[in-house]
Ligand binder design. Structure first.
Ligand SMILES: [Zn+2]
Length: 392
């Protein structure tokens, strides 16, 4: 006990951390890693600050005041706004618990969210300041903290004479185009409910040419989201493959990503050729066009958020974020993603995607990811509610 107190004292960390917020005070014991360096248990810290904790492979993310801090467990690194930063002591897992370096509360939080957090080193006290009153000057925000005026384009894949995939495990008569439309309408309702404007490429069973879908998301639109259902050709074991993945534009890195994009691009054969308008066909065109697309980073982030948000509500595998040459994504001059929400050739996914309750859950998760994306977007453009000195 004396040795513990001594070594903590030497490192300048008291034996406990006091977290003081407008809602009250919480005491969290300071632990030591193998080398006697002070650590703070992440879960009690997150809950004391009204934040959240999530784990994604080797990355552990603590979300404080809507800001993600992702620690690479076992390595002296963390990621903030897509930027890797060094940290003196690696985050560690012990049993089921995650521990963050003391430096997170003593330096990192007060540095990056300085308008909200102060740290008193001698008292071992992290102080959360009350957020400024909403009535202060600045733009009025929606209840979810977003600025009003965002618009997102939701694209229900296929339609009309293009049924998409035949929906092997959907109810009789239901094909991909029906499920993408049902889901798109649910996502729209969720987004409208959250105060986000929505533009739909279709709201009925009609075919919109691939090249005409992207332009719905013009300058005033924040994100283009295309919804699809995956499927596999008959081969041994094909009905056992299930799960969801989200794509953004790029050269397919795997045979599988190339296969899915070819399947979705095949919708072009249903289209009536027009004299004008750019060609959507040809991977060459798509890849040349990539150079012009400045939104790949944003698209990748949106895809990541969709995957993370679907994971807890989708019983299939998280198949990750992928790149491929989707024709429909090339014509969006804004950040654009395509979600393959599951496999109609798998019985469980088929049920998940066609029953109303799970459809609602999936739609809510996709909408939530979009709202999270818009929050990050506001923060990066310096108008977020958590941005120091601006936007309020
Ligand atoms: Zn499709």
């Amino acid at each position: 006990m004396i040795a513990l107190a001594l070594s903590l004292a030497l490192l300048g960390a008291p034996a406990q951390l006091v977290v003081s917020t407008p809602r009250g005070e919480t005491r969290i014991a300071v632990s030591l890693d193998r080398e006697g360096r002070p650590m703070v248990a992440a879960l009690p810290l997150a809950s004391a600050l009204g934040g959240a904790l999530r784990q994604d492979g080797a990355w552990a993310t603590i979300v404080i005041s809507r800001q993600d801090f992702s620690f690479l467990v076992g390595a002296p690194l963390y990621r903030l706004n897509d930027q890797l930063e060094p940290v003196t002591v690696p985050a560690l897992e012990r049993g089921d618990s995650l521990f963050l370096p003391y430096q997170f509360v003593s330096e990192i939080l007060p540095r990056f969210l300085g308008e909200l957090y102060r740290f008193d080193r001698t008292g071992g006290r992290l102080l959360q300041l009350a957020p400024p009153p909403a009535a202060s000057a600045g733009p009025k925000r929606l209840p979810n903290g977003l600025l009003p005026g965002h618009t997102v384009t939701v694209d229900a894949g296929h339609g009309g004479v293009d049924p998409g995939n035949p929906g092997r495990y959907f109810p009789a008569g239901v094909t991909e185009k029906d499920v993408t439309l049902q889901m798109a309408l649910l996502v729209r309702d969720e987004l409208l409910h959250q105060g986000v404007g929505v533009r739909m490429t279709r709201t009925t069973d009609t075919l919109i040419n691939l090249r005409d879908r992207g332009p719905y998301c013009a300058e005033d639109c924040d994100l283009f989201v295309s919804l699809h259902v995956n499927s596999l050709a008959r081969r041994p074991g094909y009905t056992s493959v299930r799960g969801f993945d989200t794509y953004f534009l790029g050269e397919a890195k795997t045979e599988e990503a190339g296969r899915v994009a070819r399947m979705e691009n095949d919708a072009i054969r249903f289209e009536t050729p027009t004299a004008s308008g750019p060609s959507t066909g040809g991977l060459d065109y798509i890849l040349r066009d990539l150079q012009a697309n400045e939104y790949l980073r944003e698209s990748a982030r949106a895809a990541e958020l969709v995957q993370a948000s679907l994971e807890p509500v989708h019983s299939g595998d998280n198949r990750g974020v992928k790149q491929a040459g989707y024709a429909v994504l090339t014509t969006a001059r804004r950040p654009a993603i395509l979600v393959e929400m599951g496999f109609s050739t798998n019985p469980e996914d088929g049920r998940l995607l066609s029953s109303r309750n799970s459809q609602r859950q999936l739609a809510r998760a996709i909408a939530e990811a979009i709202v999270n994306y818009l929050h990050e977007f506001e923060r990066k453009s310096g108008v977020g509610p958590d941005t120091a000195g601006r936007g309020r």
